[in-house]
Design a protein around this ligand. Structure first.
Ligand SMILES: NC(=O)C1=CN([C@@H]2O[C@H](COP(=O)(O)OP(=O)(O)OC[C@H]3O[C@@H](n4cnc5c(N)ncnc54)[C@H](OP(=O)(O)O)[C@@H]3O)[C@@H](O)[C@H]2O)C=CC1
Ligand SMILES: O=C1O[C@H](COP(=O)(O)O)[C@@H](O)[C@H](O)[C@H]1O
Length: 500
């Protein structure tokens, strides 16, 4: 009989324990190897929103958890020529204090930041190169250090920056990595152009295209949910599922700043398509970055959008043109999913922030019971959870009542671990050189190809011909609502949006 011990409430056999010990030893080995290789993290747009909201916090958290190399420097690049390393550190310090308590590690972390004023459009990249060489000497950085160029810039600055870095020879270095924030282009053509420019100067293996949703634990958990549990995968097809619904409701309104591109380009062509891929793709041959991405691309190539099944909206009081709401009916033209609608609807100005996937199962034949079909809800944020509705007999009555069986992804569900911020996970993966959570060039292009029929159709619309169909009108909706009611028109009979 095998020796049993209890780990977090589960019985664990000796062989399972050995496997767990080996996994922890491997993780420790990876951590040690990351800490031993020096790092220069060149952050373009270091004074911007994303840096302030997420990036410095993520870097600081990794620093506290000793997941950054012992010798690392953050070269913070931004426009302001008045700023010095001292004043910039003060800005970052205040930013961190706005989000959490003072801690003894903060001063030590800030010492690793050096500010460099540089205009990516007009600057001389040789001066950036010299700055980096100077830091390497000053800070005794080893010649085989890693260097990450992280473009936290508005998209119109990606191409000139990559060209500048490339022409200065900064990307030719085999230890150089390039991280590019979304959006990757604004159409298939522009995405192809951006990819071509990137690939002119780098190998695909050096590139980390960021979609921060891939760093979310609940998004990663989609693979575990599907491929580590025997029960659902057998039901995961057109035979048992009636339709799938993805809701991404945000309370925030469109920020005043620049760069909002509308719900389709901002949310669907990256975050929501990534969810759809992980949810519907075939099992990958392995968990390697390329095996997973191969399956995602295969799925994207059969994902179909139709402008006729699209509803656009913007919230009342909005004074710009890009839609703040979109609802789409998508179809997957393959053996497993043919005929099953995938409805998606992201919007801003919702009552609550909620991101969830609902798989609505087919009902039972109605000869014995009247029952509500089962729904499996994967709740990605906030209050991460998995919930299954089922029908149960009401005591003393012949009827059924719908109940739900809930698993909470927190301490109540048996997880004491804190869920890391997506950007922390992504930055650590990038340092380790693991590209699983990043988007490949062909994946980006396949994503854009799905929505091109919609974008092309929108281009051809003449707004004032008086005969616009529902799918061509941009509907309004009140802030705090579930979006325009016109979204019901793209649903097939007996399908319903879940109410929030
Ligand atoms: N904010 C967010 O929550 C998210 C953002 N993203 C993506 O991250 C990227 C950055 O977004 P965000 O931080 O919001 O943008 P911001 O405009 O806030 O930040 C960009 C920074 O770059 C600076 N900058 C502008 N022009 C130049 C230049 N020519 N040379 C050097 N620096 C320059 C800006 O300075 P100045 O302000 O003085 O112009 C600013 O500090 C975008 O691609 C966005 O789509 C992705 C996910 C979420
Ligand atoms: O990339 C983006 O994502 C956010 C939503 O991300 P979340 O982590 O807060 O769920 C969205 O508000 C923003 O418009 C978009 O660019």
């Amino acid at each position: 009989m095998s020796e049993q011990s209890t780990v977090k409430g589960f019985n664990t056999s000796a062989s399972e324990k050995v496997a767990m010990d080996l996994a922890s030893a491997k993780a420790l080995e990876a951590k040690i190897s990351v800490r031993q290789k020096d790092l220069i993290f060149v952050l373009f747009g270091a004074g911007g929103n994303l840096a302030s909201l997420k990036l410095f916090l993520a870097l600081f958290q990794s620093f506290k958890e000793e997941k950054l190399p012992a010798n690392f420097t953050i070269l913070a690049v931004d426009l302001n020529p008045e700023m010095t390393s001292g004043s910039f550190r003060g800005w970052v310090r205040q930013d961190l204090l706005d989000k959490g308590p003072e801690s003894e590690e903060m001063a030590a972390f800030l010492e690793h930041i050096v500010y460099f004023p540089f205009n990516v459009l007009t600057g001389n990249y040789q001066s950036l190169k010299d700055k980096i060489s100077g830091l390497e000497t000053e800070r005794k950085v080893s010649p085989n250090r890693k260097i990450i160029y992280f473009l936290s810039l508005l998209p119109n600055l990606f191409e000139p920056t990559i060209q500048g870095l490339g022409q200065a020879g900064l990307l030719a270095d085999e230890n150089a990595r390039l991280a590019v924030e979304k959006p990757f282009g604004s159409s298939l053509e522009s995405a192809q152009k951006l990819n071509a420019i990137i690939l002119q100067y780098c190998q695909e293996s050096q590139i980390y295209r960021m979609d921060h949703w891939l760093g979310k634990e609940t998004v990663q958990n989609l693979l575990n949910f599907r491929f580590a549990n025997g029960i659902f995968e057998h039901l995961w097809s057109r035979q048992f599922i009636d339709y799938i619904e993805i809701t991404a409701a945000e309370t925030v309104l469109v920020p005043d700043g620049r760069g909002y591109v509308g719900a389709l380009k901002d949310m669907v062509v990256n975050h929501l398509f990534q969810l759809i891929c992980l949810l519907l793709m075939e099992p990958p041959n392995s968990l390697s970055a390329d095996d997973i991405r191969d399956e995602k691309v295969k799925l994207l190539r059969v994902l179909k959008a139709d402008p006729k099944f699209t509803i656009r909206g913007y919230y009342e009081g909005y004074d710009r043109t890009e839609e703040t709401y979109i609802a789409l009916k998508l179809m997957v033209d393959n053996y497993r999913w043919q005929g099953i609608p995938i409805y998606v609807r992201p919007w801003k100005g919702a009552k609550n922030k909620e991101t969830e996937i609902s798989a609505h199962f087919k009902g039972v034949p109605s000869t014995l019971f009247t029952a509500i079909p089962n729904t499996l809800v994967l709740r990605l944020q906030p209050d991460e959870a998995i919930s299954l509705t089922w029908n149960v007999k009401v005591p003393g009555e012949p009827n059924n009542r719908q109940k739900s069986l809930d698993f909470l992804y927190n301490s109540k569900g048996g997880f004491e671990e804190t869920i890391p911020e997506a950007y922390q996970t992504l930055i650590e993966s990038m340092i380790e050189g693991d590209r699983t959570l990043f988007v490949r060039a062909d994946e980006v292009e396949a994503q854009w190809a799905v929505v091109m029929p919609i974008l092309n159709h929108w281009e051809t619309l003449t707004i004032n011909n008086g005969h616009l169909s529902e799918s061509d009108i941009v509907h309004t909706y009140p802030v705090g609502s579930d979006g325009p009611t016109a979204a019901n028109q793209i649903l097939e009979p007996n399908h319903k949006w879940r109410s929030l």
